[in-house]
Every structure is written in C-alpha cells, then in structure tokens.
Design a binder for this molecule. Sequence first.
Ligand code: DGL
Length: 274
Amino acid sequence: MANKGAIGVFDSGYGGLTVLKEIVNMLPAYDYLYLGDNARAPYGPRSFATVYEYTLECVKWFFDQGCPLVILACNTASAKALRTIQQNDLEKIDPTKRVLGVIRPTTEIIGNITTTKHIGILGTAGTIQSNSYPIEIEKFYPDVKVYQEACPMWVPLVENNEHNMHGADYFVKRHIDNIMDQSPQIDTLLLACTHYPLLIDKIRHFVPSNIQIVSQGQIVAKSLANYLERHPEIDQNLSKNGQIGFFTTDSAEDFDDHASIFFGKPIKSTHLAL
Ligand code: DGL
C-alpha cells in the first residue's frame, strides 16, 4: 500500500493561510503542509509562463514530500498554471496525484449568493487579465453579469504588513470606487485573491452596506470536504494525525512574525531553498 501523505496547500505568500485556516477548521484530522513562495511574491503582475514555472516547481516539491493532493490556495496560480498542470504535467509526473484550485469551487456557488445577478470580482492583475472568473461563472450561471477590477497594490500592502495603515485607504477606496462605478446593480463583491481578507475591514468601510463581500476560505474548505467524500480513493491516501508543517521560500523569521495574522495562531516555519 502507498504511504499516506499530507494535503499540500500553496500560495505565492501569506494569502493561502486564510484558506488553510478554514480548511483546518473544517477538516482538523488531516495533516497539512503549507508552502508560501514569499521570495518570489507577488505573482499577480507576472507572466503566464513565470507563474506556471514557479507554481509547477512548488507543486513538485509537495509531491516530493509525499502529498497526494495539492490545493493551489492562490487565484493567480489557479488562473495561470492549474489547467496546464492538471492536463499536461500530472500525467507525466504521477497520474495518481491531484491538484485543485480555488476558482472552480468559488464560481460553482457564487451565482447563488447574488440576487441582482450582478457580481464584482476584485483580484490581482493576473487573475483579472486571465478572464477566468467571467469564463467559469458563465458556465454555471449564464444569467450573471460579471464586472472586474484589478487591484495591483493590495497584495504588496498585505505582504508588507501595511494593510492596516492609513496609506492603504487610498488604494482600497480607489478600486472599490472603480468597480462600483461599473454598475449600480452590483450586490456582491468577491475577494478573488486569498490575500484580500486581511483588508476586509478597510474594504467594508468603502463599500455600501447593502453589498455582500465574499471571501473564499470557507467556500474552498466546504468544496474540499465534499471532494474528499466523493473521492475515497484520494482520501485513503491522506494521513490524519492533525499535524501542520509551514514552509516559506523567504526568511522563516519574517514569515513567523507575519503569518500568524493570517492564520490566527502562532506559526513556526522552516525556510525552503527551491
Ligand atoms: N493570494 C494570491 C491570489 O489569490 C496572491 C497573488 C500574488 O502573489 O500576487 O491571487
């Protein structure tokens, strides 16, 4: 019988911790390995080829650690690398492994949240330019109208721990105004970047109170729980000792200082040289 392994959770930096937190809340028995590619974050402004190259390198690292399943808890990597990895690479590397993203679970349910059928998507430049959200939402909810806004400064604000500072207000307000100006009918704003929940207080401040703000953590956690129920052949390869290991490609000290804000608990990480 194959050795059992942890669920890998990946992000360009800290953002995926907002997803891991919800996954661990929902599925505490499993083991997890988290990798933040902080040394090369942000991924948002990078090309398809670069995001794909970095993401694949990290996915291979998870596989080398024995992870049977990896979640790309990063919209940018899900938009720019997931499909190629699923369709081309897995077959060559190991067809028994699985890699899942955050866009599909979100687009599957987002049409049930809006009443006006007008949704605003806030994401990195990479996620917005890829058009992944309008394309995927159209498949599930053809009657939903999607508006998009790239917020290129939001990830750097969060990665640099500047998200609670007054300076952040300017960039938050500017992008909220831009998206709300696109249609008065928008009733739902999706935070389509796993870093953005850290900005939620500021976002709320600038968004009219009748607009719902949706983060992805719980959506992805529910979808994973459902996936594991439907795929016992994957579930049986997952180890369940309730352990979590944290890795970062940048300084472990910096990661530990900052990461607990995202995860809600103290974190002790290990530096990984890729
Ligand atoms: N958390 C990543 C996402 O969900 C951030 C991307 C970046 O590094 O720019 O898109």
